[in-house]
Design a protein. Sequence first.
Length: 249
Amino acid sequence: MGNTGLYETLPSIIKSIGQRHFYDQVVYAIKTLDPISNIKVLSYSKTDHPIFLGDHSISDIDKIYCESAYLLDPVYNVIYDKKQTELVTLDSLVSDDFCHSTYYDTFYQRLGWPNETNIVIDTNDDKKICIVYSTKDNKVFQPIVEEALITYIDSIKAAILTHENIGSQRQKNHVIEHDQHSNRHYQLDTDSLTKREKEIVDLILEGLSSVSIAEKCFISEGTVKNHRKNIYRKLKIKSQAELFRNFIQ
């Protein structure tokens, strides 16, 4: 039997496609399933660190995951497997000694989740969107959640793919805009910056605010501010004005 709360939130998911708060709406909709105790949405890439999606601040434990712990995550190690299923549970991947693993000691026990299920969605050859959630009691509630989700998961997946396609098209347009500025003379060494940080720098140089950058990159304003701090630290500068002085000649 379908879940009424989830059914009623589907129009809101569709309406938010292409908007900054889209993934917040996805999370809100799935959380109407009462047994779910925790839920997050991540974007994985073969060439970059994972990114938490949604307009919310990133916790310290989430930062640890994105910086390094994800490399030890059993789920991360299988999501690019061609035989991987759409629904991946942590229990199905780990052995009885998981509680003695490095991943558990350094990260998972600090997360405090009793279990974990990932809904894995392919967007292209490189990128994967994972809706990861835990339930109050895995053995009791997990089958209930799966039964409730199965009716609507195709609709949610279609909304996510549409949202991501819109984002990809915006990024292509963004690349064309940046090609027009390829003759810039940079006075600072940007080799230490990540691909995302370089993208943020270019958007700052276009005069965009943190709010506008967040909308273009489909990340939260708090994440943009964290990127700014890391950029300034790596480039050994202290302000946006100093960034402009050194980059634009």
